[in-house]
Design a protein around this ligand. Structure first.
Ligand code: GDP
Length: 481
């Protein structure tokens, strides 16, 4: 009985690098793909504060997604596409422009809703699903949770600006995920558009487009005028054909939570992407540590629908709590089973939180000692509130990356919803800055912050937020008199 380090880490929701470090302390050198035996795995798990229940645990965590599809049930499914690229190169504009090409929604005059993903029907009658939280931060946060939802990445590069730092990052992220890429050279309507420069610059990053003799499809488009969009969509379908995307539409539904929020009137509302099977009202659904009975399914145009099949994004009403973006979901056979799974997961979550809290207390003490000694790594404490789980997670992931040996962001709390008085209290206790992403502060919170001299900053672009924090952190490094 063995398990790979990656699998063990995933199952504990720990980072593989922490498992490797722990083993190293015990004199064992491993890489992430190595397998270790059950006894060692148990030791590691207990060392990291997890309760081990070998057989039952495997049942609960794996049984859900293990059942293979029947070959004879497989049917083609639409591709799921994520748009990535540098800020201001037109990701949002392109998503909007593509959505307007939808022949079906156009007819129905449906009111489009922002639910985190949408599906269009192209003029040729084919369907394509787009994840409409653009950017690689969200993409990577999902992937970090083990969710693989994107079949194709559209890399947007503005023809008047060329390859920029986030373009390069996006390329790395897509490559790391092993997701094929299609290039959209945007803003072709601009007089200073220079697509040839884009192609040459891409070549420097090992992306060889078709017209340069490579095999990466490239399209010259304008989100503003709509130029080239039809060709881009056909290109995506062509790429999808090569990928031979299939799923069993008959089995119990499985997929991933794209985003979720608590709606005042409707309760928890989760946007899910169905990846196989058919989701229907009445189904008992489990996602992360939450479950519910599907009360209604709502499409991206706000209509009630009777079913959602593979690659279809739908809002689910009926969850008992709000799941997290990136959580896998599955339909189970009974409420009892749903309870068993979610109670188990909730316990694991609690244990993890408790373990983390004690670690935090430790590191806080360390920090005080370091400060006294005037040495060690400085920490930049933050409280983060955002409108949806997906963006909060993306922000946390991005902020965790910008530290170095001297200074690092320390996220005291990250959550969904308006900034409350309790956030201010928390920030006050640690001298933290509060960051609101697409949310505001309650009046009482604003007043409390003013009294306490706590800074609240608002953002609606993740990139700007991260940039500011980076600047502030380098301020911490500046010599003090
Ligand atoms: P994002 O940050 O990548 O999501 O970029 P946006 O979609 O917000 O676009 C940034 C700016 O570029 C906006 O002012 C858009 O109006 C503009 N823009 C986007 N696409 C085009 C295009 O095809 N042509 C022109 N001329 N402007 C564009």
């Amino acid at each position: 009985e063995t398990i790979t380090i990656q699998d063990l880490a995933n199952r504990m929701a720990e980072r593989a690098v922490d498992v490797i470090k722990l083993l190293m302390k015990q004199g064992q050198i491993h890489k992430i793909t190595d397998t270790i035996d059950a006894d060692t795995a148990q030791l590691v798990a207990e060392e990291l504060g997890h309760t081990v229940r070998r057989v039952a645990e495997a049942d609960v965590l794996e049984g859900l997604f293990d059942e293979p599809d029947l070959e004879e049930h497989l049917e083609p499914r639409p591709p799921v596409v994520t748009i990535m690229g540098h800020v201001d190169h037109g990701k949002t504009s392109l998503l909007d422009a593509i959505r307007k090409t939808d022949v079906v929604a156009g007819e129905a005059g449906g009111i489009t809703q922002h639910i985190g993903a949408y599906q269009i029907t192209t003029p040729s009658g084919a369907k394509i699903t787009f994840i409409d939280t653009p950017g690689h931060a969200a993409f990577t946060a999902m992937r970090a949770r083990g969710a693989k939802i994107t079949d194709i990445v559209v890399l947007v590069v503005a023809a008047d600006d060329g390859v920029m730092p986030q373009t390069v990052e996006a390329i790395s992220h897509a490559k790391a995920a092993g997701v094929p890429m299609v290039v959209a050279i945007n803003k072709m309507d601009k007089p200073d558009a220079n697509p040839q420069r884009v192609r040459t610059e891409l070549l420097q990053h090992n992306i060889q487009v078709e017209s340069m003799g490579g095999d990466t499809l490239e399209f010259e488009v304008s989100a503003l005028t709509g130029q080239g969009l039809d060709t881009l969509l056909e290109g995506l379908l062509l790429q999808a054909e090569v990928l031979d995307l299939k799923a069993d539409p008959l089995r119990n539904a499985e997929g991933t939570v794209i985003e979720a929020k608590l709606d005042r009137g409707r309760g928890p509302v989760a946007t899910v992407l169905v990846q196989r099977g058919l989701l229907e009202p009445g189904d008992i659904i489990v996602a992360g540590a939450e479950w519910g009975r599907v009360r209604a399914l709502i499409s991206d145009t706000g209509e009630m629908i009777e079913e959602a099949g593979p690659s279809y994004p739908a809002q689910v009403l009926g969850f008992n709590g709000t799941p997290d973006a990136g959580d896998r979901f599955a339909v189970v056979e009974s409420e009892a089973r749903a309870r068993e799974i979610t109670e188990y997961r909730a316990r694991v979550k609690r244990e993890r939180a408790a373990a983390r809290a004690s670690v935090n207390r430790g590191s806080l003490a360390d920090m005080m000692r370091d400060l006294r000694e005037g040495s060690g790594r400085k920490e930049f404490p933050l409280v983060i509130k955002g409108d949806v789980g997906g963006s909060v997670e993306a922000i946390v992931t991005a902020l965790e990356k910008i530290g170095n040996e001297e200074v690092a962001a320390r996220i005291l709390h990250a959550g969904v919803g308006a900034i409350t008085e309790s956030d201010v209290t928390l920030a006050q206790a640690s001298g933290a800055v509060i960051i609101g992403f697409n949310v505001r502060a309650h009046k009482e919170a604003r007043e409390a912050a003013e009294r306490a001299g706590i800074e609240i900053r608002y953002y609606n672009i993740i990139y700007n937020l991260v940039d500011d924090v980076r600047d502030a952190m380098s301020g911490l490094l500046a010599p003090t008199l």
